[in-house]
Design a protein around this ligand. Structure first.
Ligand code: NAD
Ligand code: TYD
Length: 334
């Protein structure tokens, strides 16, 4: 089996490559990644020498490059490549439109012209928008509120159209907020852990009572494997944990774990259009594919905090700008 992983140098993509190569030693993995500020080959140290792994620096919006890769023969394409941070999308939505929408269209066109057995679009619960009560099932209304969420929703709709119109073997997964090793320290959990370790302020937007459903990244990777192996073309699968936490719950858990004072918490101006709550009904993937999140919040968070303690070099180089050569201070150390 030959699998093309796009965006494999990012947080979830690199965790997926670690996971899938352990589960399927005979699979060949091609990782196509543009290496934006969020892409980091340090996440895949050790793979360089592996004969079943190949890294290609490239852009999913590059039709020629995508075509030539697919022409070589690929069985599965899984698309993680994206601009993924809501706050950045509020600053400038252009790269979100290019990569998340145009890039998905280029991949779908490439698949239309070349034989690929399965295409998985890695999407998000943010396409459903904010929920006061209840949970979003796969047929809920799509009400994205941020430019990031709107770009992911647009990509989902293109995937659906390519399945309906051309019969492409497209499957969409919509997962809740992930956390775990290798997450770029602009997102809430790694930002809080690393700022707390450095004794810096912890910026909490608004009243800190926004709710997210948190899933440990390996549970998500296992769900993606399940969809690749057992999912049906044209289907959408929500991937959730049922673990709902307010942002303040998260911050307090981490500060307690690190034995740091809550005086580090600084309430800052709220994010414009800030979604209050996301919550998924993931019963379809549980019922139809037999997947269920397995890692408890406490276990996942303890592992994650420990990973950032043990891998200070990794995040300190990112935060100082040494590794990527680019780091937008707007998002760290406020
Ligand atoms: P990330 O920002 O950590 O990684 C994105 C990766 O894509 C980086 O390696 C980057 O270099 C690469 N990339 C960006 N533009 C590219 C392009 N034009 N061509 C090729 N590569 C490109 O993101 P993540 O958190 O790992 O998210 C991965 C996917 O999962 C995204 O599609 C995101 O929407 C989705 N998702 C994320 C979460 C979450 O909580 N992080 C939850 C649900 C869904
Ligand atoms: P984030 O990790 O950016 O994920 P998303 O917005 O895609 O859910 O943010 C998670 C929550 O944490 C969200 O409600 C915004 C909030 N947040 C803060 O309060 N402070 C911060 O510095 C960041 C980055 C996020």
């Amino acid at each position: 089996m030959k699998i093309l992983v796009t965006g494999g140098a990012g947080f979830i993509g690199s965790n997926f490559i670690h996971y899938i190569t352990k589960q399927h030693a005979d699979w060949k993995v091609i990782n196509l990644d543009k290496l934006t500020y969020a892409g980091n080959l340090e996440n895949l140290k050790g793979f360089k020498e592996s004969p079943s792994y190949r890294f290609i620096k490239g852009d999913i919006t590059d039709r020629v490059q995508v075509d030539s890769l697919l022409r070589d023969g690929v069985d599965i394409v899984i698309n993680f490549a994206a601009e993924s941070h809501v706050d950045r999308s509020i600053q400038d939505s252009s790269p979100f439109i290019d990569t998340n929408i145009k890039g998905t269209q280029v991949l779908l066109e490439g698949i239309r012209k070349n034989q690929v057995k399965k295409y998985v679009q890695v999407s998000t619960d943010e396409v459903y928008g904010s929920l006061e009560i209840g949970k979003s099932a796969e047929n809920a209304s799509l009400l994205p509120n941020s430019p990031y969420a709107a770009s992911k929703t647009s990509a989902d709709l293109l995937c659906r159209a390519y399945w309906k119109t051309y019969g492409l073997p497209v499957m969409i997964t919509r997962c809740s907020n992930n956390y775990g090793p290798f997450q770029f320290p602009e997102k809430l959990i790694p930002l809080v852990i690393t700022n707390a370790l450095e004794g810096k302020d912890i910026p909490v937007y608004g009243d800190g009572m926004n709710v997210r459903e948190w899933i440990y990244v390996e549970d998500h990777c296992r769900a993606l494997e399940c969809v690749i192996l057992k999912g049906s073309p044209g289907e959408i699968y929500n991937v959730g944990s049922n673990i709902e936490k307010t942002n303040l719950d998260i911050v307090r858990f981490i500060l307690k774990e690190l034995d740091k004072s809550e005086s580090l918490i600084k309430y800052v101006t709220d994010r414009p259009g800030h979604d209050r709550r996301y919550a998924l009904d993931a019963s379809k993937i549980e019922r139809e594919l037999g997947w269920k999140a397995a890692i408890s919040f406490k276990e996942g968070m303890k592992k994650t905090v420990q990973w950032y303690i043990d891998n200070k070099d990794w995040w300190q180089r990112i935060k100082s700008g040494e590794y990527t050569g680019y780091y937008d201070r707007m998002y760290v150390g406020r």
